[in-house]
Structures are given as C-alpha cells and as structure tokens.
Design a protein around this ligand. Structure first.
Ligand code: NAP
Ligand code: MG
Length: 457
C-alpha cells in the first residue's frame, strides 16, 4: 500500500506514515456511506440530535489531545489549537440543535394540502485544506450529518492527523460505522473521486481558487451542487478618524495569526494618507513584538509555515518588494527548530500595481498602501479578484455603514477583525467562493426541498 509521511513543520521531522487510499477503496467507503445514510435519515430527529451531542461531548473530552496533535502536525500555537478543538465541539453542539428544527412549509392550495420537506442529499463529500484542518472540516460535517447525510471527509495530505482522530472519536461517541468516514490520500485521487462518483451528491470544497474552479467544473458535469471556500486578499481599512493605537496594535494578529495561512488574513492594510506615517510608527513595535517560536508554548503567537515548498512560495513574494520592517523567527542556528519552515512577519510598502497588492501570499507578509478618501478606500479594497473578509476602522458610524456596504466581501467587521463565529454565516464573494457555511441556515444547505401535494377531493 502506498503511504506518505506526515512532517512536523516546526522541526521538519517525520511524525507518521499515512495511507494513500486507492480509488477502489474510496468507492467502497462511499458505498458503505450510501447504505448507512438511509438508516441515519430514517431515525427520529431527536435521536440524530442526541448522537451529535454525544459526539460533541467526546470531542470536548479530547480537546487537549486534539490540540497537541495540531501543534505537532500543523505548528499551530497551542492556545490557537485548543481554541480550534473546542470550536469543533461547539459547532457539533450548535448543529445538534438542527434536526428538530428543519421544518418545511405548508403552502395554501385549493383541493388539498401542500407541504415541503428538507430531504438530505445522501452522501456529502468534504475536501479540506491544511491551514485549519479540524475547524474547516467541522463546518461541513456537523451540519451535513445534522441534516441526515452521511459524510466522507478528505483531509489535506499535509495535515490529516486531527481529522483521522475525529473519525475515531465519532465511533467512540456511538455514531454508526461508515456514517462519517475520513479518507486519506491525495486530492487528485480521493478528492477527484468525491467529485466524479455518482453517489456523492454534494461536494464541499475549501482550498485554492485554482483547484476549487476545477472541482466546480467536475461537479457541473455530474450536476451536483458544490460549496466553495477559496482564497482571499482581505483589506484592513484604517481611516484617519480611527482609534489608531487600537488599529495598529491589532493589525499584526489579523494577518500573522496562523503564520498568515488564513483565508481571512487581512493581508492588505489600507491607510488614509494623512495618518499613513503615524500608523506605520505604531505598527512597527507591534510587529517586532509578535512572538514567533515554539508552538508548544502558551506565550507563542505564531508558528512555522506548513512546508518547505510553501516557504519558498512565500519568499518569492519578497523579490523586489520594498520591505519596511520585519519581526523575528527561529533561525538555522537554533538547535531545536532550525530546520523548521520559519518565516519572520514582514511588512511591505506596496504600490497599487504590485503583485503583492493583488495576489494571495498565504504567509506572514502584509502589504501596506495609502488611500486618499472614502471612495478611494472602497475602490482599492475591491481591487482584487477576491472578496472574502475585511476590517474597517473608523469612529464615524455613517462611514462604517457605507464602507461595509461598499466592500464586496462576504465577511466584514468594524473596529475588530473577527471573521468566524459558528452561529453567523461565513463565506466569500467573487473568486473567494460560492455558498455560505456556518450560521443559522447551514444545515438546510445540506438538503434539497421536496414539494408534495396531497389531494383531499
Ligand atoms: P488546495 O491545493 O486547493 O487543496 C485543498 C484540498 O483540495 C486539499 O485537501 C487537496 O488535497 C485537495 N485537492 C488538491 N487537488 C485536488 C483535485 N484536483 N481535486 C480534488 N481535490 C483536490 O489548497 P491548499 O494549498 O491546501 O490550501 C490553501 C488555499 O486554501 C488558499 O488559497 C486559501 O485561501 C484557501 N482557503 C480558503 C478558506 C476559506 O474558507 N475560504 C479556508 C482555508 C483555506 P492534497 O493537498 O492532499 O492533495
Ligand atoms: Mg495545494
């Protein structure tokens, strides 16, 4: 059997060998999922709710174990990893409330009764990236299961460990075998099979815009719906009337969290020209003070990049760039972490035409650009193919509302950088995606409406 080696990105040392599932075996998992799904959809809504609450409880009991796994496999700082593992339990708990609330409608008709049902798709295929392996997976599997679907989940080859463990915990919690299966292997084999297999009736994809576009094309051929969460180049817009100290102090976290490997990273800071110099003065100590190092330490704010090849890609963005200042990172003479994929937080002063002003870096590099006025700020914020997230810093309420309505992004925050609350919708516009995850309606997105007319005459 073919395998691949999972690497600890903080040290470049191997952790474990993981199977590359062959197509025939993927098909067998899908066949089992299809079979068990009928039973799962047929049980009482309260029984599905109870099963998901048990799953949530078991995850809660394993938060520390899951967090430690993510520290080793993904280099996430332990505090972030604990948040991520707890978040999975919360997402499960939230959607455990859905089975009894998936009400259809009763629509007035003459000569009978017309009602709608939210029918599950059947088997849902979920393909996730390496940047937030367990949280992003849960955004798909929790509402999909709640709505009565079976789930096959493909983690990224670089980061499969927490997903594998979640699959085991589902069984420990008493979910029927085959209802939620984690299938390891490459995107081109396992991921593509989810797309092409006729019994996978919906695909949820999170990853790059390039692969997502391909996945959508494949799903179109099979006429299956697809949800896409793709890249971003989100703007952090700072107006002259903002609380500049607060805006500058929070800006590093908004882009360097998870070493910038966050689709919502505020990787462009747009600053009103009249406060541009002052803002940079305030930003510099905040960047230099950002703690990069051992992800196992609670004081660490940023770990390594995910792989050597990704670091090379990120480095490429600095060619010819005007670097204003950088933070620190472990170096090659650090015995414990010298071989890890470290990259110091970097602030680049950019011009509007520069590559760094438009393309997603997915690393700890932020581009700072000045703007002239409100109209210019909105134009500049929208000057990318992406439209995922964004932040607006101003003390002017009217301006906050106008700019929030003007920026074409799916998730915005004013005087804050929040993007993800599991009970509010999340997703992108333009090249950042299709469809929304999380929030009050996510379980319904894993159903299709059936309309039934009963004649009474
Ligand atoms: P990626 O290369 O697109 O991979 C994402 C997933 O798709 C992985 O599991 C990958 O498997 C799989 N895959 C690769 N080729 C495939 C194919 N031909 N068919 C089906 N599946 C395939 O993205 P990535 O490099 O892992 O992640 C970084 C990107 O994800 C960034 O652009 C980032 O912005 C985006 N992202 C978006 C969000 C969001 O919510 N909008 C969240 C996180 C990340 P293998 O890698 O195992 O082969
Ligand atoms: Mg990739």
């Amino acid at each position: 059997m073919s395998t691949f080696t999972v690497i600890n990105p903080a040290t470049a040392r191997p952790i474990r060998e993981i199977a590359r599932t062959a197509v025939e075996d993927v098909d067998a998992v899908i066949a089992r999922a299809k079979h068990i799904q009928r039973a799962w959809a047929g049980i009482a809504p309260v029984a599905r709710a109870d099963a998901l609450r048990r799953f949530a409880r078991v995850v809660e009991e394993h938060v520390e174990e899951l967090a430690q796994l993510e520290v080793r496999n993904s280099g996430h700082p332990i505090e972030s990893a604990r948040w991520e593992a707890s978040h999975v339990a919360q997402v499960l708990n939230f959607y455990a409330g859905a089975p009894e609330r998936l009400s259809g409608q009763q629509i007035p008709v003459s000569g009978g009764l017309d009602v709608t049902f939210h029918e599950p798709y059947g088997v849902v295929g979920i393909i996730v990236p390496w940047n937030f392996p367990m949280t992003i997976a849960s955004w798909g599997f929790a509402p999909a299961l709640a709505a009565g679907n079976a789930v096959v989940l493909k983690p990224a080859e670089l980061t499969p460990l927490t997903a594998i463990r979640l699959g085991e915990l589902a069984l420990e919690a008493g979910l029927p075998e085959g209802l939620f299966s984690v299938v390891t292997g490459s995107g081109s084999v396992v991921g593509q099979r989810f797309v092409s297999h006729p019994d996978v009736r919906k695909v949820v994809f999170t990853g790059s815009t390039e692969v997502g576009t391909d996945v959508a094309a494949g799903c179109a051929r099979e006429l299956k719906p697809v949800t896409l969460e793709l890249g971003g180049k989100s703007a952090n817009i700072v107006f002259a009337d903002a609380d500049l100290e607060k805006a500058a102090a929070s800006a590093p976290g908004a882009v360097f969290d998870n070493a910038g490997q966050d689709c919502c990273a505020r990787s462009r800071i747009l600053v009103e020209r009249s406060v541009y110099d002052r803002f940079l003065e305030l930003l510099e100590p905040a960047v230099r003070g950002f703690t990069v190092g051992d992800p196992a330490l609670e004081t660490t704010q940023m770990g390594p990049l995910i792989s050597a090849s990704h670091r090379t890609t990120v480095e490429g963005f600095l060619e010819g760039a005007n670097v204003a200042f950088r933070g620190s990172a472990p170096s090659s003479d650090d015995a414990a972490f010298g071989d890890g994929f470290w990259f110091a937080p970097t602030v680049v002063l950019a011009d509007r035409g520069d590559r760094i002003a438009h393309e997603e870096v997915f690393g700890p590099v932020v581009a700072v650009l000045p703007f002239d006025d409100e109209t210019d700020a909105v134009r500049l914020a929208n000057d990318t193919i992406y439209g995922l997230a964004g932040s607006i810093w101003t003390e002017n309420l009217g301006r906050a509302v106008r700019v929030a309505r003007g920026v074409k992004s799916g998730v915005l925050s004013v005087n804050s950088h929040s993007s993800v609350r599991y009970w509010t919708p999340f997703g992108g516009m333009k090249a950042s995606g299709l469809g929304r995850e999380l929030g009050p309606d996510a379980a319904e997105h894993f159903t299709e409406t059936k309309n039934v007319f009963f004649a009474t005459d």
